[in-house]
Design a protein around this ligand. Structure first.
Ligand code: SF4
Length: 194
């Protein structure tokens, strides 16, 4: 970790705070929460992380865990990376859950990346080229909450734009592009993989 990482992380945390507030407000409108969900459908092994800031923050979260939990997560991450190497489309890899999901709870909840923070609610995002991308809510949202709140859509545009600005800043400082990694890969490779 470098002093630049501290600056990048503080900017990321500010962005996460805003994101959480907007998400919470949207979820409250529908009375939606992840409480009681085992997370198996959202917390898949192949959640891709694209930004350096989110990767270093996740690693910082790992450092905060107890040594025994770090060891367990390390084993899980290694098994996932090996399973992906052997057969990325195989049942063992595809049916596994994220290395930090323990009985439906995220062990890195405060450190979880944007893709996890915004999951569950249907969304739209306008790209810089003015094309748009839309996504569905999770199965539980669709079954239990969408029927009574069919128009609830989270606009992710500003979050995506600011996250890409953060990444551009990181690329400039580090003079290299950030490889895309899953949560398991970030844990397995650590800072050497960034
Ligand atoms: S980081 Fe946490 S919230 Fe995200 S997929 Fe893994 S367990 Fe789920």
């Amino acid at each position: 970790m470098t002093p630049d990482d501290d600056i990048i992380i503080s900017q990321l945390k500010a962005l996460y705070e805003e994101m959480d507030a907007v998400y919470r407000a949207a979820a409250d409108q529908a009375g939606f929460s992840c409480h009681g969900c085992d997370g198996v459908r959202c917390c898949t092994v192949d959640v891709p992380i694209h930004t350096y800031a989110e990767m270093v923050y996740l690693i910082r979260g790992i450092d905060e865990l107890s040594p025994s939990l770090q060891e367990e997560i390390g084993h899980r991450a290694r098994r996932l990376v090996w399973a992906k190497d052997r057969a990325p489309q195989g049942v063992e890899y595809r049916n596994a859950v994220c290395a930090v999901n323990f009985e439906g709870q995220c062990a890195l909840y405060e450190y979880r990346p944007m893709i996890c923070r915004l999951a569950g609610i249907p969304y739209i995002a306008i790209r810089p080229d003015m094309t748009s991308v839309e996504g569905r809510g999770c199965e539980r949202f669709e079954n239990e909450f969408e029927p009574t709140h069919p128009d609830l859509v989270l606009d992710r545009s500003s979050f995506y734009i600011r996250m890409s600005q953060l990444e551009l800043h990181a690329v400039k400082l580090r003079r290299r592009k950030t490889p895309v990694h899953t949560v398991g890969e970030i844990i397995y490779y650590g800072t050497q993989g960034l």
